[in-house]
Design a protein around this ligand. Structure first.
Ligand code: S3P
Length: 416
């Protein structure tokens, strides 16, 4: 395969969720363009609508009229989306609501204790299926402030607490061990919340007044960009430019990793949009070397490890990703899924001491891709299969709709 051209990818999934949620409780009308078009966003939109949110998503430009959210009459179906589940738990708690969250079989096996513990400390009455979904949260007694050290590196947990704290009785503080994506903080500040940062601690005040509405064009999703970056760097005679990509430091660890792997890339047209950095990035065919990725970097590449493992498969030497425990709790056990698929395509990959090892070489066995119904596993290994064999067999194509429904069309647009 050879790729050439320029792409403008759909909006960042994390920022899209936050824009919809915070606009729903803002004071007036928000306008959102380039929203992520994946199924996860639909879960957030539907759940909020069931709580009375006024979201008009019929056109390309979404408009949201902020309202007082109300108790839903139905269970809120979060589908496959961990971000919907964990963030909406905090948001609806701040509004002192009583609600039940359900999800598909993947989401129903993902850990929720990480949000149950802090929300209970904040005064929510919670019942769950042994710390899994369904989760019923009753916040009608009001929210107490919290001073909380987050035990896992998770932006979803951090955001859940920050959002709940908006309805608190006094200021709250959360402390992170390793910095995770900070879009909730950036957007809250931008919409007028009182929030401050000292090192890895965040201090947030309850809302005295409603948030200001926003007018935002969501930057392109770097997690989607990583797939196209990979196609360009591992294929011969290729060059691809990705426009208006989110360049938030907490999200672009994959660019730093690719640079260390000797990747050819250039960033230009840097801008600031609603507190978030963006830019155009050009990736081209590279002679790649292996790299050792340390634990501190992991949160900033957490969603990109499947595709970086594929890039590692085309590099010289053994690439190591340290401390990848959290990979086990994603849409599937991604550690197992990555190793299974790399091995199936003839690449030696294994786990040792909580680290992932990928031995570079050339995939030499055509295999069916076992997606484990996970969008990022499906896309990462489609790219490997197309690169080495010019064709692919997926056991589930539909799961790609979770974050990038247009994946195959975008590839067709740039591939020769
Ligand atoms: C997300 C945070 C990350 C990431 C997920 C999106 C977010 O999850 O994997 O795709 O939008 O806050 P964790 O917080 O569980 O690491």
């Amino acid at each position: 395969m050879q790729v050439k051209g320029t792409l403008y990818l759909p909006g960042d999934k994390s920022i899209s969720h936050r824009a919809i949620m915070l606009s729903s409780i803002a004071d007036g009308k928000s306008t959102i363009r380039n929203l992520n078009d994946g199924a996860d966003l639909q879960s957030t939109i539907n759940a909020l609508k069931a709580c009375g949110a006024k979201i008009d998503s019929r056109n390309q430009t979404i408009t949201i009229e902020g309202v007082e959210l109300t108790n839903p009459n139905e269970k809120l179906d979060c589908g496959n989306s961990g971000t919907t589940t964990r963030l909406i738990s905090g948001l609806l708690s701040s509004q002192k609501l009583d609600f039940t969250l359900v999800g598909d079989s993947s989401l129903s096996s993902r850990p929720m204790k990480r949000i149950i513990t802090p929300l209970q400390k904040m005064g929510c009455d919670i019942s769950s299926n042994d710390n899994l979904l369904p989760l019923t949260i009753n916040a009608k007694e009001g929210i107490r402030s919290i001073d909380y050290k987050i035990p896992v590196a998770s932006a979803q947990v951090k955001s859940c607490i920050l959002l709940a704290a908006l309805g608190g009785d006094s200021p709250s503080t959360v402390h992170e061990n390793i910095l995770t994506r900070n879009h909730t903080e950036v957007m809250l500040k931008n919409m007028g919340a009182t929030i401050s940062f000292i090192d890895k601690s965040i201090n947030i005040y309850p809302l005295k007044n409603k948030l200001n509405p926003i007018n935002i064009t969501i930057p392109s999703d770097p997690s989607s960009a990583a797939f196209f970056a990979a196609i360009a760097v591992i294929n011969d005679n290729s060059e691809l430019t990705l426009n208006n990509v989110l360049l938030n430091k907490t999200r672009i660890g994959f660019i730093d990793v690719l640079k260390k792997m000797n990747c050819n890339l250039a960033v230009g047209n840097k801008q600031l949009n609603n507190g978030e950095k963006t830019g155009d990035i050009t990736f081209s065919t590279s002679d790649l070397t292996s790299v050792e990725v340390e634990s501190e970097i992991i949160p900033s590449i957490i969603d990109e490890i499947p595709i970086l493992s594929v890039v590692a498969a085309y590099s010289n030497g053994i690439t190591i990703f340290r401390n990848i425990e959290e990979l086990k709790y994603k849409e599937c056990d991604r550690l197992h899924a990555i190793i299974h698929n790399l091995n199936a395509f003839g690449i030696n990959a294994y786990e040792k001491d909580n680290s992932l090892f990928v031995e570079g070489g050339k995939p030499d066995k055509l295999a069916e891709i076992t997606t484990f119904h996970d969008h990022r596993i499906a896309m990462a290994f489609t790219i490997l299969s197309l690169t080495s064999f010019g064709k692919y067999h997926l056991d589930n194509k539909d799961c790609i709709d979770i974050s990038l429904p247009n994946f195959f069309n975008l590839i067709k647009r740039v591939a020769e």
